[in-house]
Write a protein that binds this ligand. Sequence first.
Ligand SMILES: Cc1cc2nc3c(=O)[nH]c(=O)nc-3n(C[C@H](O)[C@H](O)[C@H](O)COP(=O)(O)O)c2cc1C
Length: 325
Amino acid sequence: MKKILMTNFAGLNLINPIIIGSSGLTNTPEKNIALEKAGVGAIILPSIFEEQIEIQTHRAIWADCPNARNYILNSINEMQLEDYLKLIQDSKKLCRIPIIASINCYRENGWIDFVRQIEMAGADAIELNIFGLNTEIDQPADSIENIYLRITQKVKSLVNIPVIVKMSKYFSHIVKLTDDLQKAGADGIVLFSRFYQPDIDIHLMQTLSGYVFSSNSEIADTIRWTSVVSARLPDVSIASCTGIHDWEDIVKCILCGASAVELCSTVYQHGNELIQAMNRGMEEWMSSKDFKSLEEVRGKLNFGEIQDPSLHERIQFMKYFSNRD
Ligand SMILES: Cc1cc2nc3c(=O)[nH]c(=O)nc-3n(C[C@H](O)[C@H](O)[C@H](O)COP(=O)(O)O)c2cc1C
């Protein structure tokens, strides 16, 4: 095994920076060992939703609202909690690379204790995909950020394994929130999660779900904020996510300051064979530039040298638009 691509994300030593993002790509131990053989650095299991944990651990309470319970159960592919723990255990038995559990959550309530069982099942880390669409007019913006912080703090107080927070990009001050999350105990930050994309069928006059896979153009926000956060908060361990489709994209993220990347759409679209090509592409590029380790590459092109990244971005923006007729 070549060492040139080794990295550390959120306290986990990885043979290379490629992490398979939480999704159906990782929902069986067999798929996970195949991904390991294909050459990935770590795996994030599909998310278990806090509603699933709540319904299964607090059956008595949910029995009082059968409509809500049935609505949720019909909307998600019900994975029993025991099945989730078994997926962790069986993946750990087969794989040597880190296996990271994932919880999709948005409230600070009864589901949180389940993280202890995840740790006991052998997960190497927990990723929290904290996601809620905030639509209530009387909910102040900082209360939403506080939920992120309180969930992180609480989970961190219950387990000893690393806790990773997968952040949404829809925050007004991403750098400040990342700093607060690190202070709340987050060992790693993922920039960014990708929301479910709505669409509208104007002929059927219906709302629909949009295209499930990202496009390569979505990498722009990923590299911008990886670059800014890495410059402002050099101690934060970052995994870039969303819109990363080939080895060149991975190199861009590392240059901006990421320690790792989380991939999903491109692996769905091109299969596991892509992983080897990505590792080879990164290695060849590093050799051509005489880099001996990924750490030498990391952050080389982040906003560190620029006094005021926001001014830099405004100037780029002015140049971009004023040179167009
Ligand atoms: C089919 C599918 C299932 C997904 N399931 C989850 C999930 O269970 N939990 C989660 O945090 N993200 C989930 N995601 C989001 C991915 O982990 C990833 O954050 C997103 O696709 C952006 O990365 P990409 O541009 O490489 O696709 C899913 C994505 C896809 C396409």
